[in-house]
Design a protein around this ligand. Structure first.
Ligand code: CO8
Length: 255
């Protein structure tokens, strides 16, 4: 199987599983990732997703140069039928990228479309598309300069040269660098912290962040208001207030 999709408690684990090809996305894997993301979005029992790669070398080495690049060339509106978080899919549950090795091209673009990125020390990050005569077409030209300084994004996008995990941490591309053996526990620790708080509030916060990125401050503040007021009517906020007053931990239900 090119993808392993597992559910443990409220966490969904999406593992790209083509280690023989550095977990590069061929057309089948791409479709399976899309299906898993849609299931994650629609399953009310799931709160946080963790995306990683199989093995200890690669997160995802990008689009499969041998198979998916010719396929993409023939499917110009592919994201309408096969939407992913890179393009086409609105998904407001938090996603954590557990970057366990090379994150190149579409692999970095996948990580950039996640909310939180934790990497192992052996990870590298790059957008080598220009070395093939292509540009990052899964959001890299847009999300990378929104995430790190323009000059560094430009250097990465124009030369295709990767940066190390330490450098990625230094420039704010990732949240944390840990030894490989501690990568999944570190990702799960963040997931569990998110699962302790109000799930409707977390999704509203993500939606406000994501939509606000492409808006003026004024427009973004309007979106924030629109997403805040429904929370006043939620059982979760009533429970959160009650728990605060009663000096106990809240039990959120996502309602
Ligand atoms: N596609 C296909 N096969 C790959 C890929 C890839 N992206 N990356 C690695 N492989 C395969 C290799 O061909 C090799 O297979 P084989 O054993 O059959 O020869 C196997 O994986 C192992 O790879 P290496 O022997 O090269 O392993 P190394 O440890 O020496 O190097 C690297 C690992 C650094 C990852 C190296 O393989 C590499 O540079 N790979 C290419 C990375 C790359 O250029 N990625 C960008 C691809 S383009 C892209 O992602 C575009 C996305 C947006 C498209 C949207 C358009 C609309």
């Amino acid at each position: 199987m090119a993808l392993i999709y597992e559910k443990k408690g409220k966490i969904a684990y999406i593992t790209i599983n083509r280690p023989q090809a550095m977990n590069a996305f061929d057309p089948e894997t791409f479709k399976e990732v899309s299906d898993a993301l849609i299931d994650f979005r629609d399953d009310d029992d799931l709160g946080v997703g963790i995306i990683t790669g199989a093995g200890d070398k690669a997160f995802v080495a990008g689009a499969d140069i041998k198979t998916i690049i010719p396929w993409l060339a023939e499917h110009s509106l592919y994201w309408e039928k096969i939407p992913t978080i890179m393009r086409g899919l609105e998904l407001y549950k938090p996603l954590i990228a557990a970057v366990n090795g090379v994150a190149l091209g579409g692999g970095l673009e996948l990580a950039l479309a996640c909310d939180i990125r934790i990497a192992s020390e052996n990870a590298i990050f790059g957008v080598p598309e220009v070395t093939l005569g292509l540009i990052p077409g899964w959001g890299g030209t847009q999300r990378l300069p929104r995430c790190i300084p323009h000059a560094l994004a430009a250097e990465m996008l124009f030369t295709g040269k990767p940066i190390s995990a330490q450098e990625a941490y230094r420039v704010g591309l990732i949240n944390k660098v840990v030894p490989l053996a501690k990568l999944m526990p570190a990702a799960e620790a963040v997931a569990n912290d998110i699962l302790k708080v109000g799930p409707l509030a977390v999704r509203a916060a993500k939606q406000a962040m994501i939509r606000g990125t492409s808006m003026t401050l004024e427009e973004g503040l309007k979106v924030e208001v629109d997403l805040t007021f429904p929370l006043f009517a939620s059982e979760d906020l009533a429970e959160g207030r009650k728990a605060f007053i009663e000096k106990r931990k809240p039990e959120f239900k996502g309602r």
